[in-house]
Structure formats: structure tokens, C-alpha cells
Design a protein around this ligand. Structure first.
Ligand code: ISE
Length: 359
């Protein structure tokens, strides 16, 4: 089986992380091209991964490709992301561009029948996300996987398995905590919903196997360590279609480190993940361990598993994982969440009829 030839659109934090992952860790794929609005950033990454310093994987099978800027032996820079998506020597695409660029790029992937791993959010609003779902459905084959990587995290997977086993009875509640050490000053209140809370939106839908029907976003007095007007932390409550509930504290300027916890409360017990499975020490009248600095460290394994499974499935001509519908449903919940953020009131989630759309 030939290696899957991958192109990455957007090589900021996540795109660069995936590029390194494909260069160093995954099997069965190689990075062929990258594209970024910041050409210099794309060039620096391509040069770094092309000059043999990537380490780990053998570059022997890599060929020099025509077109684009010539970069050492392997990775080329393509100025226009549409050209990268259309290129004959790209079998599959990772979209890690800003969310506002996703809709157009996803339509291009569908047009060229390119399997695509799309970082969240699928698109910026529910209406455009639904158009993506419909366009993919018309093709009659799943090509889009959304980057809700927590589903691949061993702790979340074990929790899901436990809840699905029924050993604890019916799941009644989820309590979630999602804290980042710090966020850029440009990370406004809306982004806390759309970029951060969206993970708990997906996790609640996935763990319960139910849609979210209503969301309320509360905004306690903000920390003094953020710019004027940024509502951080936020406390949200999701109401599930079956009557269960989930709450989440999202606090993106926690100062200490990265912390993601989830406790599921069921009829006959509870289960908690994210307590920090690293080395715990007891010394000098203190006990504890280190906290990861950010999500790339905490969820490194989840990203590795996510991308490797995507490569393997794509090589088999399949796509699995979180679907465009999951991306659309999350977008619809976030849209209602943004309304609740501004009004402080509960907002019903408007979701298209899945059976009507997907048959
Ligand atoms: C970021 O985009 C992520 O996806 C992280 O998992 C999340 O913790 C962070 O708040 C987001 O900004």
C-alpha cells in the first residue's frame, strides 16, 4: 500500500503540530505540501520538515514534487489553499486554517473528493455547517472527519466504555472543568464558547448519545487578569434531549496550567477522569504533580490516535470519527450559547431534523 500523501492547510499552532506528528510519529502517510496565509511561516515549516531533520521516520520514499516552491526533498509550499486541495498528488487534507475559512475549503475538498480531517469548528455558524452536511450527504460517502480529538483520548474512551456498559446504570449528570493557563488578549468571550466550550458540547453529545436541546451560559464576575469586557470564566448548563444535564466551567486564563476534568454521575456510581495521571510526589510537606502547560501536551496521545486512525481509515477508503453532523450539531449549540452569553437566558437549540437530512 502506497503512503497516503497529505496536504495541510494552515500551519499555525495545530497545523504545525499535525505536520510534526505526520513527519515523526504516524505510519502510512507523508506530508507533501502545506499552505498558510502567512507564507513565511509555511516556508519555515516546510524547510524544517524537508531538510532531513524531522527525524524518526524514513524520508527515503519521499519524492520531489513538481509545482509550488521547491523545498529541499519533500514538503512544498502552495500559495493558494484551493490549489493544494485540488492537487493530484494530494490524497487527503488536514484543515487547520482559521474557522472562517473552513466552509469554502470544505466545499473544495468535497468537490475534489478529498478525505479531510477538519479542525473544529466545522464552520462559523449552524447554517453554513448544515450546508456542508447536505453537500457531503449528496456525495453519498463520508469524507469529513471533525477534529474533536477528545473522543480518542484514552481516559475519555474508557469513561465512554464504562458508561455504555451500563454497569453504573443510567447516566444522569456530567460535571466538567476546562481550564487553560492563559489565552491571547484577542481571545474574546465568544471564542470561549466557540473554541473552548465546544469540546464539552461534543463530549456531552458523545457520552450521552443525545442531542443538546437547550443551553444557558452564566457569566460570573470575571477575573481581573483579562482585558476589559472579556467574560472569563463562564459556567454553562446543557440540557440533553433525554432530560439529563451537563455543566461546564470554562476558564481560559486560569494562570496555573491546563486542566480538563469530567465527572459522570450515574444511578449507581460516578466516574471521574482528568485527575492528573502523571507522577504524584509527597515531599517537603507537599503532595502533587506537574500540570501540563497546554492542550497539545494533555491531549498528545488523543491527537496521535486520532490522526493515525484517520490515516488508516482513509487508506482503506473509509472515513469515521466525529462526522460533519457532529460538527453541525456543535455549531448549532454554540450559536445558541452565544445568544445565551449575551442575554444570560436559556436558549433552545435549533437543530435540523437529522432523519430528513441524512435519510
Ligand atoms: C483550543 O482551540 C483547543 O482546542 C483546546 O483544546 C482548548 O482547551 C482551548 O481552550 C482552545 O482555545
Amino acid at each position: 500500500m502506497n503512503e497516503l500523501r497529505i496536504g495541510i492547510v494552515g500551519v499555525g499552532v495545530m497545523g504545525a503540530d499535525h505536520a510534526e506528528r505526520i513527519a515523526r510519529k504516524t505510519a502510512g502517510a507523508r506530508l507533501v505540501a502545506v499552505s498558510d496565509a502567512d507564507q513565511a511561516r509555511a516556508e519555515a515549516l516546510a524547510a524544517r520538515l524537508s531538510d532531513g531533520s524531522a527525524g524518526g521516520k524514513s524520508r527515503e520514499s519521499s519524492a520531489r514534487h513538481a509545482g509550488g516552491t521547491a523545498y529541499a526533498e519533500t514538503v512544498r509550499v502552495v500559495e493558494d489553499p484551493m490549489d493544494l486541495i485540488a492537487a493530484d498528488d494530494i490524497d487527503a487534507v488536514i484543515l487547520a486554517s482559521p474557522g472562517f475559512a473552513h466552509a469554502e475549503q470544505l466545499f473544495a475538498c468535497l468537490e475534489h473528493a478529498k478525505p479531510v480531517l477538519c479542525e473544529k469548528p466545522l464552520t462559523m455558524d449552524a447554517a453554513s455547517a448544515l450546508r456542508v452536511v447536505e453537500a457531503e450527504h449528496k456525495l453519498g460517502r463520508q469524507l469529513i472527519q471533525v477534529g474533536f480529538m477528545r473522543r480518542f483520548d484514552p481516559e475519555y474512551s474508557a469513561l465512554k466504555e464504562l458508561l455504555d456498559s451500563g454497569d453504573l446504570g443510567r447516566t444522569l449528570l456530567l460535571h466538567n472543568v476546562h481550564r487553560n493557563k492563559s489565552a491571547a488578549p484577542t481571545f474574546r468571550s465568544e471564542m470561549i464558547v466557540r473554541d473552548s466550550m465546544v469540546h464539552e458540547v461534543d463530549i456531552a453529545r458523545w457520552l450521552f448519545g443525545e442531542e443538546i436541546t437547550r443551553i444557558t451560559v452564566h457569566t460570573p464576575a470575571p477575573t481581573s487578569l483579562v482585558a476589559e469586557g472579556v467574560l472569563d470564566p463562564q459556567l454553562a448548563v446543557f440540557e440533553m434531549a433525554n432530560g439529563a444535564m451537563a455543566d461546564v466551567e470554562v476558564f481560559v486564563n486560569f494562570q496555573v496550567g491546563y486542566e480538563v476534568r469530567c465527572e459522570a454521575v450515574a444511578e449507581r456510581g460516578s466516574a471521574t477522569i482528568g485527575l492528573g495521571s502523571g507522577v504524584f510526589t509527597r515531599a517537603g510537606a507537599r503532595w502533587g504533580g506537574a500540570m501540563p502547560a497546554d492542550f497539545r501536551i494533555r491531549f498528545e496521545q488523543a491527537y496521535d490516535i486520532e490522526v493515525q486512525r484517520w490515516i488508516d481509515a482513509t487508506a482503506r477508503g473509509e472515513t469515521g470519527g466525529p462526522s460533519a453532523w457532529d460538527g453541525y450539531a456543535a455549531a448549532a449549540v454554540c450559536e445558541a450559547g452565544l445568544e445565551s452569553l449575551s442575554t444570560g437566558k436559556p436558549v433552545d437549540v435549533v437543530l435540523a431534523d437529522r432523519a430528513k437530512i441524512l435519510g
